[in-house]
Design a protein around this ligand. Structure first.
Ligand SMILES: [Zn+2]
Length: 373
């Protein structure tokens, strides 16, 4: 198991270096567009066939672009084509961020510099490592992207670093169900249905409606300000909830994997609502960060049936759930529907752990107690 962190470094360099990097960014994006166009027109995102068709021509026309950059642009283009399933032509603007790999960049964190390949040889850039980032010294550099902020003429490097996750000390699993009504429900019977959030959301929804109906310029400005405020509020609440969750006496935290698109179709409207809610992602990110810092593991589990399955006997039936209450037609078990889901998630987390064979999971499951709410 690994954990990845992305850090952002502000780069310093002489004007000449900036010019070289600007040209590199523009050319990289031009190549990206050329390659994407080829793939789109020939209906392929295969790296191999696109490579054979475009590489030598591009190298010939742009010998100044490092061959690794040509390959990098091709890879990114193929991924973009695949991402849109060839349904439309992905295009990048001249100053889109570009990808670097170990052939095109060498980063020396300890000395705060990097040598970055450009259309005109290597550019040496400097950066200061903020104190907070010092914890990442010694992590393995996975990938980096060069971002150009053309408005302020500044370059940034986003570097993704990886290290091995600390091994969980034990194997007790806490399952978390994230929801609309309850922000989070834990398999140990703890509910986070912070009425503060609900009240705030209701208040903001009401104000938003009022302001929208006005439609004036100042109303629009207020709306913007308000949505920032609401976001900050939810962020604060998410921080608190994540902190409480990771401090519970469990070694492993299991969450629904909301990113597996495969599942998206099967789960219907409710699930999609979860998927589109940035607050769910944020809570997950906070939990991951804080858990990892404590040496706790976070596992993502398949969310299928977590709300339909009986956490006691395993009977899976849609009709078992009715709003917030769950009653198993097979064994008669009654429980709050979100808590039932949280326990299923915990159980899925336990089987996930045994597949990963991290220790021998504790099948006694202190995470899953059979107490009825
Ligand atoms: Zn049952």
């Amino acid at each position: 198991m690994y954990m990845d962190r992305t850090i952002k470094l502000k780069l310093e360099m002489p004007d000449e270096g900036k010019e070289n990097l600007r040209q590199t960014v523009v050319l990289f994006n031009q190549v990206f567009n050329e390659v994407a166009k080829y793939g789109f027109e020939n209906h392929t995102y295969s790296k191999v066939s696109i490579h054979h068709a475009t590489y030598y021509d591009i190298r010939e026309r742009h010998p100044e672009l490092n061959s690794s950059h040509v390959q990098g642009a091709r890879d990114v283009a193929c991924e973009a084509l695949k991402g849109v399933k060839l349904k439309r032509l992905p295009q990048s603007i001249p100053f889109s961020a570009i990808r670097y790999n170990k052939n095109t960049i060498r980063i020396v964190f300890e000395h705060g510099y990097a040598s970055v390949s450009s259309v005109n040889g290597r550019v040496k850039v400097c950066f200061t490592i903020p104190k907070y980032y010092e914890q990442y010294l010694g992590w393995e550099v996975r990938s980096s992207t060069l971002n150009y902020d053309s408005r302020n003429d500044l370059f940034y490097l986003h570097v993704t670093l990886r290290t091995e996750s600390p091994k969980p000390s034990g194997n007790t699993v806490l399952g978390i169900d994230r929801g609309i009504v309850n922000v989070a429900v834990c398999s140990n019977n703890v509910f986070f249905n912070d009425s503060k959030v609900k009240n705030a959301r209701a208040k903001y929804a009401y104000l938003r409606k009022e302001l929208q109906s006005k439609g004036t310029k100042s109303a629009k400005r207020l709306l913007k300000k308000m949505s920032r405020k609401e976001r900050r509020f939810v962020t604060d609440v998410n921080h608190c909830i994540a902190k409480d969750i990771v401090n519970m006496p469990f070694d492993v935290i299991a969450l629904e994997d909301l990113t597996s698109i495969r599942v998206q179709k099967r789960k219907g409207k409710n699930f999609n609502r979860k998927l589109n809610n940035w607050s769910f992602y944020q809570l997950e990110q906070f939990i991951r960060y804080k858990a990892e810092a404590l040496g706790k593991q976070v596992v993502s589990v398949d969310p299928r049936f977590s709300s339909q399955k009986c956490s006691k006997c395993g009977h899976t039936y849609k009709g078992n759930r009715d709003g917030s209450s769950y009653r198993c037609r097979s064994c008669g078990f009654q429980i709050h529907a979100d808590l039932n889901a949280a326990r299923n998630i915990a159980q899925a987390g336990i089987s996930c752990l045994s597949r990963l064979s991290v220790n021998q999971p504790n099948v006694g499951m202190s995470a899953v107690q059979d107490t009825v709410q």
